[in-house]
Write a protein of this length. Sequence first.
Length: 180
Amino acid sequence: MKKLSLEELQRIDIETFKNSKKLPVIIILDNIRSQFNIGSIFRTCDAFRVEELILCGITAQPPSREIEKSALGATQSVQWKYFKTTQDAIDYCKNKSFFIAAIEQTDESIDIRNFKINTPNKYAFIFGNEVNGVDQNIINQCDFCIEIPQFGTKHSFNVAVTSGIVLYDFFVKQSVSPIF
């Protein structure tokens, strides 16, 4: 077994990425504090060719040295925009016919293992603040919530880890042919 070199990985360039078919997903970051988490989520959005990343409220925006430390250039490839409020982001997504799902623990959350993707539907996933999660007023605007089961002493994953789990799950479950 040999580790692949960068040349052997045959990564696409930014222009090819921007013109590529995207995963029918918008990620909404609801008041994320850590710029390192934001950068990591940019990088995950790049890896899964997410349609768009929306930053809301106190969520920092590029250019930022701290975001770039973990994004490693993904701020250049991933289409993103900023909205002052998460409600504005939800309205934007609903106008584009996206189903809205908060990734949050609620009394009616769907276990991610039971979440079924209905193609050709498009989905917007909301990830909440590292301390407070997704605000209840935002949850009230969602079509549903998804929860990742956990079995330890903690009640949440890091938001960047959560985004990776959710995007990987969506990618694997999509019933259309792979985007690559």
